[in-house]
Design a protein around this ligand. Structure first.
Ligand SMILES: *Cc1c(COP(=O)(O)O)cnc(C)c1O
Length: 437
């Protein structure tokens, strides 16, 4: 039913930090000091890319300004000058591996590896046992981080899940507990959605993914299965010519036949990622299974901080029957200082793009901060009782009472995150019951 893909198989070629120097020398023509700085950044933040990204997505003649280059290759400003110099000296001076590792770890721990209290506050329990690798923050949705799914076909420079990939078990969330997941869902009928994420749900083989998905189909209260993935952008051959591509698509169809929505939660950051023949064929193949593809991405300085980029992307997505879902604000972790866009600018970019697309694309909501109390949308800037304010709204909240309630914060052109905002109009809290952190 999914149709055969007759194109010749493409084999996945992973590129890691040991390939970085060669790529920057041969493709970008960078001199040595720039390559050294990139290597220092790649010692702190995960770096991984592949042949498809390097050969088909990046326009090397436009480097260092090319958006997909900025999206996937270490950028010098991602570390403070002091941290970058320190790591460069350690790497260049032949320091023992232990000294490099402890400096790297010290820097990482300063970069808020687990924003929004995700590990301490969202990890559920069953019969007094904690269930690591699951997160249950909003009543209707359970997040699952399968241990075999905790990598991606390429890493985004701004990735808010960066601690998943740095090889530090104390920073990582993961589970092998398929039986515990099922038992938890049976005990929690309020959960209607499961989001398999990571990492990337489609890094797993179809056989491994099936081990996580089939038990969900035995729980009546589950209405939708979501798969968080960047594969359509970074390795569309995952559903075209990978050896288990047909099996994977059959698994999607099986979920649909069970009377549930299979939602591929795709991550498209730039229209370039939608421009190849491979991604178009991949989207068509997924569509033929009855699965729905939804698209979300953060707004990132230097990559997509331009309303024309979002307008183009939402139009191209709509043309391919992909549903625009969220525009996120860059989260308060890792290289946030380098990639963040002020909230007021994020709102302007959203609105400029939103007003130029048809209602079919206005399914998108944003800009949204996924913060400790919940998902907070910046609805606008207004003048209320002579005071300039941000108009905000909770799209999701740890406390469901707060969902959908508008509230205000003092206008601040420099604010980049919820924790920068102050109450407005004489109130003492942003919203009764809500503190920003
Ligand atoms: C965003 C998010 C979800 C899903 O929210 P939807 O609005 O249903 O897409 C679930 N859990 C957590 C922790 C999230 O951040």
């Amino acid at each position: 039913m999914t149709g055969l893909d007759t194109s010749s198989p493409k084999s996945y070629r992973a590129l890691h930090s040991r390939h970085l120097d060669g790529l920057l020398r041969d493709r970008a023509g960078f001199p040595e000091p720039e390559r050294r700085r990139a290597q220092a950044v790649a010692a702190v933040f995960p770096f991984r890319t592949n042949g498809y990204v390097v050969d088909e997505l990046i326009d090397w003649s436009a480097v260092p300004d090319d958006p997909v280059y900025r999206l996937t290759f270490p950028q010098p400003g991602m570390l403070s000058p002091a941290d970058a110099t320190r790591i460069e000296r350690l790497l260049g001076g032949g320091a023992p591996a232990g000294a490099v590792q402890s400096a790297v770890r010290e820097i990482r721990l300063r970069l808020n590896p687990h924003p929004a209290g995700q590990r301490d506050e969202n990890e559920p329990e069953l019969a007094g046992q904690r269930l690591p690798g699951l997160q249950h923050k909003y009543a209707e949705t359970l997040l699952v981080f399968p241990r075999p799914g905790q990598t991606c076909h390429a890493y985004c420079t701004y990735c808010f899940r960066w601690p998943q990939f740095v090889g530090d078990p104390e920073l990582k969330m993961a589970t092998d507990g398929v039986a515990e997941m099922r038992a938890y869902l049976a005990a929690h009928p309020e959960v209607t959605n499961v989001l398999v994420t990571g990492g990337d749900a489609l890094i797993m083989s179809a056989a491994v993914l099936r081990r996580y998905l089939e038990p969900l189909l035995t729980v009546d209260t589950i209405e939708a299965v979501r798969l968080g993935t960047k594969a359509l952008s970074f390795w569309p051959y995952r559903v075209l010519t990978d050896p288990d591509a047909d099996d994977l698509l059959e698994l999607f169809a099986q979920v649909v036949r069970s009377g549930r929505q299979l939602a591929v939660m795709a991550h498209f950051s730039h229209p370039r990622e939608l421009a190849t023949d491979a991604v178009r064929r991949a989207l068509a193949r997924i569509g033929s299974t009855g699965a729905v593809v939804r698209a979300q991405a953060p707004l990132i300085r230097g990559v997509n901080d331009d309303p024309r980029v979002w307008e183009r992307m939402w139009r191209d997505l709509t043309r391919r029957s992909v549903v625009p879902y969220y525009m996120f604000v860059e989260r308060d972790t890792g290289p946030q200082n380098y990639f963040a866009v002020p909230l007021v600018r994020a709102y302007e970019i959203f609105r400029e793009a939103y007003r130029r697309v048809s209602g079919l694309a206005r399914t998108v909501r944003g800009p949204v901060m996924s913060a400790t109390p919940g998902k907070v949308c910046v609805d606008g800037v207004a003048e209320v009782a002579g005071e300039r304010v941000f108009v905000l709204r909770m799209l999701q909240a740890r406390d469901p009472e707060l969902v959908g309630r508008p509230f205000f914060a003092a206008y601040d052109p420099a604010a980049i995150w919820l924790t920068d905002l102050k109450p407005a109009l004489g109130q003492t809290d942003l919203l009764p019951g809500l503190s920003p952190s």
